[in-house]
Design a protein around this ligand. Sequence first.
Ligand SMILES: Nc1nc2c(ncn2[C@@H]2O[C@H](COP(=O)(O)OP(=O)(O)OP(=O)(O)O)[C@@H](O)[C@H]2O)c(=O)[nH]1
Ligand SMILES: [Mg+2]
Length: 665
Amino acid sequence: MTQIRNFCIIAHIDHGKSTLADRMLEITGTMEKRNMHAQTLDTMDIEQERGITIKLTPVRMAWKGVELNLIDTPGHVDFQYEVSRSLASVEGAILVVDATQGIEAQTLSNVYLALENDLTIIPVLNKIDLPSADVERVSAEVISLLGCKREDIIPVSAKTGENVELVLDAVLEYVPEPKRLDADANLVEHDDPSATTDVTKALIFDSQYDTYKGVVVYTKLFSGQIRKGDKLEFLNTGARIEALEVGCFSPKYNPVGVINEGEIGYVVTGLKSLTDARVGDTLFGKISEQREFFKKDEVLVKSEKQSEAYESSTTNEHRNSEREIRLLDNSKTPIKGFKRITPYIFAGIYPVDTDEYPKLKDSIEKLTLNDSSLVTENEVSPALGHGFRCGFLWLLHLDIVKERLWRDFQMDVIMTSPQVTYRLLLPGDKVQEYGRMHPELVDYQGQTCTYISVSNPEDLPKPGTYKFMEEPIAKVEMITPSEFIGNCMQLAQERRGVFIGQTFLDTNRVILSYEIPMSELIGDFYDDLKSLSSGYASLSYEFLRYHEDDLQRLDILVAGERVDAFSMIVHSSRARYIGGRICAKLKEHIPKAQFAISIQAALGANIIAREDISAMRKDVTAKLYGGDITRKRKLLEKQKEGKKKMKQFGKVSIPSETFVNILKK
Ligand SMILES: Nc1nc2c(ncn2[C@@H]2O[C@H](COP(=O)(O)OP(=O)(O)OP(=O)(O)O)[C@@H](O)[C@H]2O)c(=O)[nH]1
Ligand SMILES: [Mg+2]
């Protein structure tokens, strides 16, 4: 049997993961140099243009007779979910640290993730070709983080290829052989006597929709074997498939016909929708019973039940841990995957031109085919008409979805300001009434009450009808040079942060830990942190818990009319500041009209901020005199262009980009 090593590359953003992967592809002869470009594994156009990795990418290589399955991961904090899924499918991680910078916030959070997954970590210092590389200082940081020896750290240049071979050798030497499963689907070492082989079980760590192949799942085979033509079942959704094509990543799909135990590969499922092939699910097959498997009616009934259980467990917001579904048949215990992440922020997406709703619907359906993290629901807004409520991992994800809509489908959309999900406790059994908002019955101080999740301020029940409201709190870590500690602390405090502690990485750099409400991290927190620290501070955050607080809906009225798309839930202490800022921002963006326009922020019936836009005096062509009709036309054309992206509210037009930008400075 061939020896196998599965590993991924993790690091803070831009520390050189994809470039290191390039060199590995080259050295192992997986790809020819002429077919490569910088960051070859970043195949999406947006990845190449922005120079960042957004999606995990697996690739198979061979080194000294051993099969290597590598997964390149994104470093951006918003795509941590991609990292956690990659880590669940490998036994080792190459931790890349930029020798010109040192350990950053994402380095830490990735190390914690790797340790949670019980992975072997190989520390690598990158960019040693640069004169500003400080190998000594950064090595000391890595040693104190990992408790490793100086000689375990491999200094490389992913740019020139220096020492990259040593990294591959270290993978062979230190990363263990693929883990296996025991009868209860627990992970055990490859040589553990309790490991079983009589069933096929594969963890789905990603899925893609391919125009020609349909749904393709990316999988790590923990036990058994998958061959083309095998009949398989998704244990959580109950969907059953035949493996139409089976192969590995080279890095393109390479149909080799079989995935062996321990390997990473892909399976073409013939499914038309990703909802049946969920990331985190287990693909199951009984080697001895391939035929009968599909005839058993009771299997079908059971599967539907499982499917419901799965639905209810995953739609519940932020109850991150996937409920374990025990099956009657012990051999069908699913692999304990990874935490399923529910979206953290929600925003409404509406067509600028309401006639384009069918086109938007079609575009969004196509987008969700390839983005399992994107969640959508129909929504109707009094002001904006028919649209969708979409859930995103975080702001960069939202930004990318918006860009895709424009680029791939030429959809000009309005996005409402992103909101986190709040939880409310209502007295009594309100499950029927609030069916759409993931109601959950609880016993609160001896009374039956109902928890609901609200991600759209419009859905907020009237004050007084609920007992309390809770908001999500994040655990935040900032790493900063010590001269900026004061600035960072001030920023965190302004955003209602609670100080947890500080640790010195070395004499000059500090890790600051805070608990900050997630709603305060939306908008310009990251930009502010960067500007307050001259670009040196880095940030990581993670959902921690829900916390009860004094929260209210803030409404915005334009020319006396409430614009529902601008409403948001805010903390009472911040309402005046946020309201004032939004009014000022709208004043900047809303063009003058023939009449005066008032912009007001209100908490219930109380107006807490106000701006006025005075009436316009001249029309755009007034300054042109006489006969130059072409210039006049040009100006009118230009005005028309500008108008196209406006949205009419009563008598007032609001530019479409204002909606998503009102939270930014
Ligand atoms: N001088 C030098 N530059 C490097 C080296 N490795 C990477 N870079 C540069 O660093 C930048 C980031 O490299 P990437 O490989 O995209 O970094 P990454 O870690 O994959 O970034 P994300 O996936 O977005 O987190 C690019 O401009 C690379 O050319 C190196 O060894 N030396
Ligand atoms: Mg990358």
